[in-house]
Design a protein around this ligand. Structure first.
Ligand SMILES: Nc1ncnc2c1ncn2[C@@H]1O[C@H](COP(=O)(O)OP(=O)(O)OP(=O)(O)O)[C@@H](O)[C@H]1O
Length: 260
C-alpha cells in the first residue's frame, strides 16, 4: 500500500533523513522508533507533503501507485483525509478554540465535498459515538473537553472518511498513561474493524510491544534495523536497538499493571 523508497529529507545545507526505505501493507501496525531528532516526524511529514517549506524531500513514496512526492497539491489535499489521515501529539493545536466540535466536523466534511448538511451532522454524531463519546459533545468547545476526549475527537475525525493509512505521531505523549492506553485500545479496535494500516511513531516500547506487528528503528536519519516486531525484540542485531530495548525495564511491570 505504501512504499517509501530511498527517501531523504534535506535542508539547504544538511541531509536530515538519509535514504530511508520501508513499506506498509494493509492492516500493518508499523512502529517507527528511535532517538529524539532522528527524523521520524520529518519522514512522516514527507508522506503527506507536509514538510516545513525550508525542507526538501527526494526519492519515491508510492501510495497505491501514486508518487506522493510529486503529486500535485490539489490531489494531495484530496488524499489527505480521504485516504491518508494524520493524528498528532498536539491534539489541542488541531482545534480552533472558538469553534465548537460540531463546527470542526462541519468544516472537515465540507472541505472533502460532503454537501448534504443532514448527512454531515449524522456522520459527525456517528463518528463521536464510534469513539465512545456522547453526541452532546458536538455543541461543546474544545476547552470543555478533557485531553483524552479531545484526542478521541481527533481520531473520530481522522477515521471519518475511512482512510487506508493513518499516520500517528506520538499521539499518547500528552496524555496520562491510562488515557493513552485507552486511546491505543480504541485505535486497535478501529483497525480491526476497518483494516487501515498505521504508521505509529513512538518513544514507548510498551506500545511497540503491545500493538505493533512490524517496526523500524531510526538513528541519525537512517533506519538501522527493521522487520517483524517479534523477531527484532527477541533478536536485535544493532547495538543501538539492544540499548533501546534494555532501557525499557519497566515493560513487564507495566504489562502486569495493565492486566490487573
Ligand atoms: N524546519 C526544519 N529545518 C531544519 N531542521 C529541522 C526542521 N524541522 C526539524 N528539523 C531538525 O531535523 C531533525 C529531525 O527532526 P524530527 O522532528 O523529524 O525528529 P524526531 O525523530 O521526530 O524527534 P522526536 O522523537 O524528538 O519528535 C531534528 O534535529 C530537528 O531539529
Amino acid at each position: 500500500m505504501l512504499s517509501i523508497e530511498q527517501v531523504s529529507v534535506s535542508s539547504k545545507n544538511k541531509k536530515i533523513v538519509d535514504s530511508v526505505s520501508l513499506s506498509l501493507h494493509k492492516g500493518d501496525w508499523y512502529a517507527l522508533v528511535g532517538q529524539s531528532g532522528s527524523g521520524k516526524t520529518l519522514l512522516s511529514q514527507a508522506i503527506g507533503q507536509m514538510l516545513p517549506p525550508n525542507l526538501q524531500a527526494n526519492g519515491k513514496i508510492l501510495f497505491h501507485d501514486i508518487d506522493l512526492l510529486t503529486a500535485p497539491p490539489k490531489q494531495m489535499r484530496t488524499l489527505r483525509g480521504q485516504k491518508i489521515s494524520y493524528i498528532f501529539q498536539d491534539y489541542q493545536g488541531s482545534f480552533t478554540p472558538f469553534r465548537t466540535i460540531g463546527q470542526h466536523f462541519e468544516e472537515y466534511q465540507k472541505v472533502h465535498g460532503i454537501s448534504d448538511s443532514k448527512a454531515r451532522k449524522s456522520n459527525a454524531f456517528h463518528a463521536l459515538e464510534s469513539v465512545g463519546l456522547d453526541t452532546s459533545l458536538y455543541r461543546r468547545y474544545p476547552f470543555q473537553l478533557s485531553g483524552g476526549q479531545l484526542q478521541r475527537v481527533s481520531i473520530a475525525m481522522a477515521l471519518l472518511l475511512s482512510p487506508d493509512l493513518i499516520i500517528a505521531d506520538e499521539i499518547t505523549t500528552a496524555l496520562d498513561s491510562v488515557s493513552g492506553h485507552k486511546i491505543l485500545e480504541l485505535l486497535s479496535l478501529k483497525q480491526k474493524e476497518t483494516g487501515f494500516a498505521i504508521l505509529f511513531i513512538t518513544h514507548d516500547w510498551r506500545h511497540v510491544k503491545r500493538n505493533a506487528n512490524r517496526l523500524a528503528v531510526m538513528k541519525d536519519g537512517k533506519i538501522i534495523e527493521s522487520g517483524e516486531k517479534d523477531h527484532i525484540l527477541h533478536d536485535p542485531k544493532h547495538e543501538y536497538t539492544k540499548q533501546l530495548i534494555k532501557a525499557a525495564p519497566t515493560l513487564d511491570a507495566m504489562q502486569r499493571m495493565y492486566r490487573r
